[in-house]
Write a protein that binds this ligand. Structure first.
Ligand code: UD1
Length: 422
């Protein structure tokens, strides 16, 4: 298994290009199942999770071809469709559950294994099931697989979710676009990735209104056609790289970055004493002299502070002046990075969903282990400003969500390299 070695050093300077959003792309790719005509996604990120979704769609009978070095995905699904999403692929990634809605809409039935994914809590499927059941699907769990049937076709309905689940909103949208009549999803998730999916579905001929708000209205249509759609910027990759100069000092411009994608995160950086500025080409972040100030953080659905940036923010707060409290409200068990940061000299106490971080002046390099996608990058960020050398092992998690992390950080002056393992 590969490791990443980081030698802590001084200020960073330069530009980092931000890729298309992994989480948007993972929802956009299954939309190809909704039409016989081709769907082309530009600005796609080059990540192992995207390859897993490609493999899953291929197993269902769709073809996804990576063009321009993987930046463009040409998808099409005109032949026979296999309704079974097998455990062997689904277990690699929870987002595989996003084929459930489109398969049901196109075929009237689907058999999808319960997913795996990051080890960050129970992550059940009840909200997805309730949302699709509202559209008339009958769903049963048999031997680890969800068997979904809508014999007479899906029918539009008004449904309110008990929690604004991102994945369940995406599944509902992709099912309702081909249902008979009007659907309204209440308490829908408002994340930018939902807005991006709605835009793409509209380009394919769907009738959707209200995305980005808590109420989304969908008027079902008989068929969807092909389209070309650019994947929205990855706000989590963006926030992660914005933290690099915040942690080490210096000035970095994240190309393609938009403050409206991560406003609550930018507010916290501002509170910590980091300067954030929207430019014509991206977001410029700089930290001058002096220590970062402690800030409290609560993770919430969009537009709140994203859970996917909590671990990285903790890495920053480890060396802040004062005590910060981070509250994780989206996932249970999402502080696995804390004991690893403690190995680097951080002072962190975790009690249930709260982590209290007492800022220390400096972290020290150590051997640490990546436990999930965002945790692994938080260790790299912490290592950038730590004294000495840090070796982060089990970085395969990192490759699920960050393309060319060593290249991007080296380009702004970080001392980081990958060591190939077996
Ligand atoms: C998506 C993102 C993930 C991000 C998360 C929250 C993708 C591919 N992944 O995940 O990176 O961390 O949003 O912003 O887009 N829940 C249930 N029952 C359900 C569904 C969810 O209880 O049926 C719970 C989950 O266990 C979790 C919370 O709801 O505690 C949030 O989950 P959800 O919004 O569905 O996240 P994902 O779509 O899985």
């Amino acid at each position: 298994m590969d490791s990443i070695i980081v030698r802590g050093n001084g200020p960073l300077k330069g530009q980092i290009p931000i890729a298309g959003a992994k989480n948007a792309c993972l929802a956009l790719m299954p939309a190809t199942l909704l039409s016989e005509e081709p769907l082309t996604l530009t600005n796609a990120p080059r990540l192992s999770d995207i390859r897993t979704m490609t493999e899953l769609l291929a197993s269902l009978g769709a073809e996804v071809t990576a063009l321009q070095d993987g930046k463009v995905l040409a998808a099409s699904c005109h032949g026979e469709i296999n309704p079974v999403a097998d455990y062997d692929i689904v277990r690699k990634m929870r987002a595989s559950n996003l084929v459930l809605g489109p398969l049901l809409a196109r075929l009237g039935h689907a058999v999808v294994s319960l997913p795996g994914g990051c080890a960050i809590g129970a992550r059940p499927m009840d909200i997805h099931i309730d949302a699709l059941a509202a559209l008339g699907a009958e769903i049963e769990l048999k031997e680890g697989y969800l068997h979904a049937n809508a014999r007479g076709g899906l029918k539009g309905a008004v449904h309110e979710m008990r929690f604004a689940s991102v994945g369940a909103t995406e599944n509902f949208l992709m099912a309702a676009v081909l249902a008979k009549g009007t659907s309204v999803l209440k308490n829908a998730a408002r994340e930018p990735e939902i807005v991006d999916l709605a835009k793409c579905l509209r380009a394919m001929g769907a009738q959707i209104e209200g995305e980005g708000t808590s109420d989304i209205t969908i008027e079902g249509v008989d068929r969807l056609h092909g389209a070309t759609h650019p994947v929205v910027t990855d706000r989590i990759e963006l926030g992660t790289y914005m933290l690099a100069p915040a942690i080490c000092g210096g000035e970095v411009e994240c190309l393609g970055g938009r403050i409206d994608l991560i406003e609550s995160f930018c507010e916290k950086l501002d509170g910590a004493g980091i300067s954030v500025e929207q430019t014509h080409t991206g977001i410029k972040v700089s930290r001058k002299n002096g220590r970062v100030r402690a800030v409290d953080v609560v993770t919430e659905p969009f537009p709140g502070f994203p859970t996917d940036l909590q671990a990285q923010m903790m890495a920053l707060l480890c060396t802040a002046e004062g005590t910060s409290v981070l509250e994780e409200k989206i996932f249970e068990n999402r502080f696995m990075h804390a004991p690893e940061l403690v190995r680097m000299g951080a002072k962190i106490e975790v009690h249930g969903g709260h982590a209290t971080v007492h800022g220390v002046e400096k972290l020290k390099g150590a051997r640490v282990m990546a436990t999930d996608l965002r945790a692994s990058v938080s260790l790299i960020l912490a290592a950038l400003a730590a004294e000495g050398e840090t070796m982060v092992s089990r970085v395969y998690h990192l490759d699920r969500g960050y393309e060319r992390v060593e290249e991007k950080l080296s380009a702004v002056g970080a001392k980081i390299e990958r060591v190939k393992g077996d």
